[in-house]
Design a protein around this ligand. Structure first.
Ligand SMILES: [Zn+2]
Length: 564
């Protein structure tokens, strides 16, 4: 594309991009913010989940969010119209779109492709999030509730900084050290001994797969993790072992609302996205319905409380899910029973079937499908299942399994893929992709004074709206320039060295020599060590981030006070 055209497109979004009917200046202030994010949710997912709920509970024909749907959001990455989880929720939290994989981190410029102006001098700078701003400026309590593992993109976007969403070793310690008051979600295997010790020594109660412990907990600071990594899909969940998202939301609100200064809470229906990626209609619809119940909890609280803003917004679409499919002849004349009877009877998700099939001998396959989905496999379907590469109990030796012996329409390398296709084949639902999609996402909002965003908003507009409601307009950017400053700038005039890591797994250390004091700074926590032997420690109010791409430590300006 010609450079001039690119520039005009960029300008068009900046100048005319705002179509929302509300000006941030008109937003009435609130005390609390609850943001609910159904990850990877396209509007067809919401519509079909509503039918699902109506069909199974005729007394509840609507979703909890229905009365509050108010507009749509264009959610994009800095240089791509189709968003990734990391930069999209980052943008809601910081006000800046970023690149695929970037967690609350400023993107490098991509001239000609950037959708919004990008300042190349700020590449890789961590950006203060709304969660961090509310804690730093207003001393509000903060909380995160989700069903994925805790360092996964969306919870990380609120409370950590990394140009790579995959680097859990950089992200997890930041989340532990970022003073988040209440964390409920997945990932027991990702909270290491150091992290747990830090939390416990700072007044947190920590629970691992301890539902009774979480329920009985009356403290104000808590981490409750369930499942080695992600939690189970709601439909597969053992209610004696793991809480529903609705209960997690209620517990978090109960704790956070006791805080006199108010609170920030992000609640994510994390695995709506995973089911969409996997093209599993059962996981998709049931996890969305479970998410909507958490929305009901938040909305009920907000209406009673009268000081709470609730925003419900997906981070991006996913899978091109459709109610109606090309190869399903006459689908637009099907009755409600023909469309929804099957899917609402299935008792576990595609992942649930995989777990059951891998845990039982092949002789149990028909019983598993009969008991949990009301049908048996045909001979061809059974052959296709046996040929899945990762089916543990297949009577066919692994090296003899092949696509040739399978039904082409249902064949998948993975057992999960096969089950998802099999379940979908019994419906008239469709999927166009196993990845994200770029259409606008729904926006629902409840504001006690009714000042809600309407019309078409960009992800940047939505950040500005939430910041305005909290009296924090422009504040995250100001705080970024105060708390995430390159070490070369903060330490001008001081002697310092970056000590390379001892092993590949470690991070470099920054050693700074002041006139009287020496600092040893390791990244990804809020702790710095003082003295020649680094024996004493001090705690900062934000985490320290190191970026290897530019060999830079990002530090608070005030760190120099420890050197005097
Ligand atoms: Zn996402």
């Amino acid at each position: 594309m010609k450079k001039t055209t690119s520039f005009l497109l960029l300008l068009a979004l900046v100048v005319a991009g705002r179509l929302s009917a509300i000006d941030p200046a008109d937003v009435k202030p609130v005390k609390n913010l609850i943001v609910l994010i159904p990850d990877g949710t396209s509007i067809a997912t919401v519509s079909t989940a509503r039918w699902y709920q109506w069909y199974t509970h005729p007394d509840r024909p609507n979703l909890a969010i229905d009365p509050y749907l108010c507009g749509t959001v264009r959610t994009f990455s800095s240089n791509a119209p189709i968003g990734d989880s990391a930069p999209t929720t980052s943008c809601y939290m910081t006000g800046h779109p970023s690149r695929t994989g970037y967690i609350a981190t400023y993107p490098p410029a991509d001239p000609g492709n950037d959708i919004f102006p990008v300042d190349s001098t700020r590449a890789y700078q961590p950006m203060i999030t709304l969660l961090e701003a509310m804690r730093l400026v207003q001393n509000k309590a903060t909380g995160l509730v989700f069903t994925c593992e805790f360092p996964h993109a969306t919870p990380a976007d609120c409370s950590a900084h990394s140009y790579s969403r995959k680097r859990y070793d950089w992200i997890a310690p930041q989340m532990v050290h970022n003073n988040v008051d209440v964390v409920i979600g997945g990932g027991t295997s990702l909270l290491d001994a150091d992290g747990e010790a830090y939390l416990k020594s700072h007044g947190y109660n920590v629970y691992r797969d301890d539902l009774a412990g979480m329920r009985a907990d009356g403290g104000s600071k808590m981490w409750a993790l369930f499942g080695k990594r992600d939690m189970a899909y709601d439909l597969d969940r053992d209610p004696a072992k793991q809480p529903a998202l609705e209960e997690m939301a209620r517990k978090a609100i109960e704790k956070l609302s006791k805080h006199e200064n108010g609170f920030f809470l992000m609640i994510e229906g994390s695995k709506v996205d995973w089911a969409a990626h996997g093209n599993d209609p059962v996981g998709l619809l049931t996890d969305y319905v479970a998410f909507d119940k958490a929305c009901a909890v938040a909305l009920d609280f907000a209406k009673k409380d009268g000081q709470t803003l609730v925003v419900v917004v997906p981070d991006h679409g996913n899978s091109g899910f459709s109610l109606g499919r090309r190869d399903c002849k006459g689908y637009d004349k099907l009755t409600k029973d023909q469309l929804f009877s099957f899917v609402t009877k299935v008792k576990c998700t595609a992942q649930g079937f995989v777990d059951k099939l891998n845990a039982a001998p092949a002789t149990e396959v028909q019983r598993i499908f009969r008991d949990n989905a009301g049908f048996e496999l045909t001979d061809e379907e059974m052959q296709t299942l046996y040929n899945c590469k990762d089916y543990k109990n297949s009577p066919i030796p692994e090296d003899k399994r092949s696509e040739k012996e399978s039904l082409a329409a249902l064949y998948s390398n993975s057992l999960y893929g096969f089950v998802a296709k099999l379940l979908t084949s019994k419906t008239c639902f469709g999927f166009t992709t196993g990845g994200h999609t770029g259409e606008d996402v729904i926006l629902a909002a409840y504001h006690p004074a009714g000042t809600i965003p309407t019309g078409v908003n960009t992800n940047i507009d939505l950040h500005r709206y939430m910041a305005a409601a909290l009296g924090l307009s422009g504040k995250p950017d100001q705080l970024t320039q105060e708390y995430f400053v390159p070490h070369t700038e903060v330490l001008k005039g001081y002697k310092y060295t970056i000590v390379p890591p001892k092993t590949e797994k470690d991070n470099p250390t920054l050693v700074v020599k002041g006139r009287k004091q020496q600092l040893t700074i390791s990244p990804f926590t809020n702790i710095i060590r003082l003295g020649k032997k680094a024996k004493d420690e001090a705690q900062l109010s934000t985490v320290i981030v190191y970026v290897d791409k530019n060999n830079t430590f990002y530090l608070p300006r005030s760190i120099t006070k420890y050197l005097e």
